[in-house]
Ligand binder design. Structure first.
Ligand code: ATP
Ligand code: MG
Length: 458
């Protein structure tokens, strides 16, 4: 029934430590009601029941976990028998989800570490593709990724169980992979990204042994499932620590394996505005996440891939391709290369292409075009993007200011203003040499377009 708590080493994985309630910071008040109900119900039914993973780690660090994972010796079927509000999910990794309104508590049965030949644990080229062999809590601990992710909070006596030195690493703020790093990254290359992400989120250092293989094993990420890399990219950039995650990816040389085109322009010593656009976008996104405002991956990917797309578009224009066509070709090609690696869903790539495609159009401020642009369903995102690009050049800064004012005006007022004092055309992307043959836009007299700020005094 109750798991035993003598500090006797019952496994071959090394000694474990029990940290009693009085010596750690986890209070039941910080655990969600759903998780507590699951833990108590399992315990009352005679099973072992532990809170585990990121929730325990974050609680020990004084944080507020969003989701709570439970580990138990009950099988998924036994869990389902205990809860009406329960469904079993996953084939590669079978789990129970217990649902309480909007909260979902994930309940996993302890995984074993040995292959019993049943095919329930399956490695292909050293990669873990199936893991449904059940085992003991010690075995469950060592198959987790980092030591600080392998701490178990026991509902039976509120102690924390540590079989891998996670407590010491937590105190020293070190992220350390459990076991042999080479083998663990071969099993699952995404663990490299998890290392960078968690180090960024927690403000931890990655242990030298844990980071050392990145240089040689980073290329394994190219073989990771693109759909999984998209999920991981969302966690990296849209969880409130996007800027720190981005910097960690760069620092640890992992960016080039996930966003190769972005890494290439940054490594090539791109102008500071390229980095500025990306970092500002990430900082903005982080702020929005903290304020609980909605965020879209489209915007972020648009920023990460903007410079590669812009350069390609410019190269095509220089070769004589018509600008609109050059832009659409460039956008499509850059996105194709990227989605090959990170499966950005179609609805987002469409949005990205629209945000990009509208950028040259901001420079065209004739009355008809300006009013039409304002009506575009993607205007807001494209405009926000223009504002983030403002540091690219003085002309863009002027353009961004102009559009900031323009969209605040009533449509009639704007139409009137455009009719009486049209702004100068701004040299922008798409002002191709080829276009000079047939200038569509009349050049305005100098002086007719005072600086945008000058239009502000209605
Ligand atoms: P987050 O704060 O992002 O939720 P987390 O550590 O909780 O971080 P999850 O993806 O929710 O991350 O995973 C829950 C737990 O499952 C982890 O703490 C870890 O113990 C284990 N785990 C997750 N992914 C892996 C992996 N790739 N290899 C081994 N163990 C993993
Ligand atoms: Mg988690």
């Amino acid at each position: 029934m109750n798991p035993e708590h003598s500090a006797r080493n019952t496994s071959d994985t090394g000694a474990f430590r029990i940290i009693p309630r009085a010596e750690h910071a986890i209070s039941r008040k910080s655990i969600s009601n759903g998780a507590l109900r699951v833990l108590y119900r399992l315990h009352e039914a005679g099973y072992q029941a532990f809170l585990v993973g990121g929730a325990v780690r974050d609680l020990l660090l004084g944080g507020h976990p969003k989701d709570f994972d439970v580990a138990t010796d009950a099988t998924p079927e036994e869990v389902r028998a205990l809860f009406r509000n329960c469904r079993l999910i996953g084939r590669r990794f079978r789990l129970a989800h217990v649902v309480f309104g909007r909260e979902i508590v994930e309940v996993a049965t302890f995984r074993g570490s040995s292959d019993d030949g049943s095919g329930d644990r399956h490695l292909v080229d050293g990669r873990l593709v199936r893991d449904n062999v059940y085992g003991t809590i010690e075995e469950d601990a060592v198959r987790r990724d980092f030591t600080v992710n392998a701490l178990y909070y026991n509902i039976a006596d509120f102690s924390v169980r540590d079989a891998v030195g996670g407590m010491a690493d937590l105190e020293h703020r070190v992220l350390r992979l459990i076991g042999d790093p080479d083998q663990r990254y071969h099993e699952d290359p995404v663990r490299m990204l998890r290392a960078a992400r968690l180090a960024a989120k927690l403000g931890f250092e990655i242990a030298p042994d844990t980071a050392a293989p990145f240089a040689t094993l980073g290329p394994l990420l190219a073989e990771a499932a693109p759909a999984r890399l998209f999920d991981e990219a969302l966690k990296l950039f849209l969880s409130g620590y996007g800027l720190a995650s981005f910097r960690a990816l760069e620092r640890y040389g992992l960016l080039e394996h996930v966003f190769p085109a972005t890494a290439r322009v940054l490594q090539a010593g791109a102008a500071t505005h390229v980095r500025e656009l990306i970092e500002r976008t990430l900082a903005n996104t982080d702020a929005r996440v903290r304020e609980d405002k909605p965020v879209t991956p489209a915007f972020l990917f648009a920023a990460l891939l903007w410079e590669p797309a812009r350069r390609l578009a410019q190269a095509l224009i220089d070769e004589g391709t018509e600008p609109t066509l050059a832009w659409s070709h460039a956008g499509e090609r850059v996105l194709r290369e990227q989605t090959h690696r990170v499966a950005v869903p179609r609805r987002f790539t469409i949005a990205i292409e629209e945000i990009w495609g509208m950028q040259p159009r901001f420079a065209q401020r004739s009355k008809k075009r300006a009013l039409r642009l304002l009506e575009h369903p993607r205007f807001r995102a494209a405009y926000d993007f223009l504002v983030l690009r403002a540091s690219e050049s003085a002309a863009l800064a002027e353009l961004a200011t102009w559009w900031t004012e323009a969209q605040e005006l009533e449509r009639e007022a704007l139409a009137e203003r455009l009719a009486s004092a049209p702004p100068p055309s701004t040299p922008e992307e798409g002002e191709a040499p080829a276009k000079r043959k047939r200038p569509r836009r009349r050049r305005r007299k100098r002086g007719a377009g005072a600086p945008a700020a000058g239009h502000g005094g209605d």
